[in-house]
Design a protein around this ligand. Sequence first.
Ligand SMILES: Cc1cc2nc3c(=O)[nH]c(=O)nc-3n(C[C@H](O)[C@H](O)[C@H](O)COP(=O)(O)O)c2cc1C
Length: 319
Amino acid sequence: MNTGQKNSPEQYISDTVDLSVDLGGLRLKNPVTAASGTFGYGREYEPFADISRLGAVIVKGTTLKPTPGNPAPRIYETASGMLNSIGLENPGIEVFLDIHLPYLLERGVQVIANIAGNTFEDNETLGAMIRRQSGVAAIELNISCPNVEKGGMHFGTDPDMVFQVVNAVKKVTDLPVIPKLSPNVSDITIIAQAAQAGGADALSMINTLMGMAIDVKKRKPVLGNIFGGLSGPAIKPVALRMIYQVHKEIDIPILGGGGIMNVTDVLEFIMAGSSAVSIGTANFVQPGISVQLINELADYMVANNVAKISDLVGAAVYK
Ligand SMILES: Cc1cc2nc3c(=O)[nH]c(=O)nc-3n(C[C@H](O)[C@H](O)[C@H](O)COP(=O)(O)O)c2cc1C
């Protein structure tokens, strides 16, 4: 008998409380996931945390071909957050499937692939390459990127395009499809409804908010790409508001995130209607934070007599 195993924090937690959640057919052992682009493929975080404890790792956005990303500088710290204009730098789908995916699967963690095609066809091809057989657990479909066929208009800003791209990916894969919504729209509920109508199994929200910074000495924008995505605590109230609004309008689960830094933030996202959460910028501040939050969530449940975390989903939403 392996007593070390039996007394592990994970075993203790699962004997005490039920942290498992359903994310549109994808069963997660706990609601805490690592957000795309902030966790690489897990390797850099291994010295800081047992990544197998996570509900899932959502990997860096994958394009069909290797992508070099945007010109430097690509990162800038702001009050209560950061701007990034990484621009989907990644080695392409084949390297992901052949090298990075096996590494993560060997660690025993569920992997959610994040795909980012620049055309409908690219998204279809990526979706068709990532099926259950590959070992991936679900697809997060990043619709915050430009559609080059529509003059660079972002997929996620137009309900018809959202419907079509979600529908196209759903048809080619047997995995749950989780579109990741952009907050850079005037009515997020219309986009969420279009994604649901297109066949989304769950929704991921929110991606970064478009922003910029100016270098006053140089009298130029700071970022090489001029604009970048704002993340971190600054966007948390916006994310909560959007999740609250969407939770009231749709029937599918939400993977919520945006500025989560501590367990109270996690609880706020769950009570606003998120079934699971993603931890992004916080990983850069405290690389072991995601696993720590799982332990703290379990402590909260014990202290507050919450047997199942799923009972808290949407608890603060007025009907
Ligand atoms: C450096 C960086 C890279 C990111 N790359 C991606 C990406 O490739 N695909 C994606 O869908 N989101 C990407 N994101 C967005 C995050 O996954 C997350 O949705 C966002 O940062 C908000 O969460 P946070 O405030 O907890 O960081 C990236 C964010 C950062 C900071």
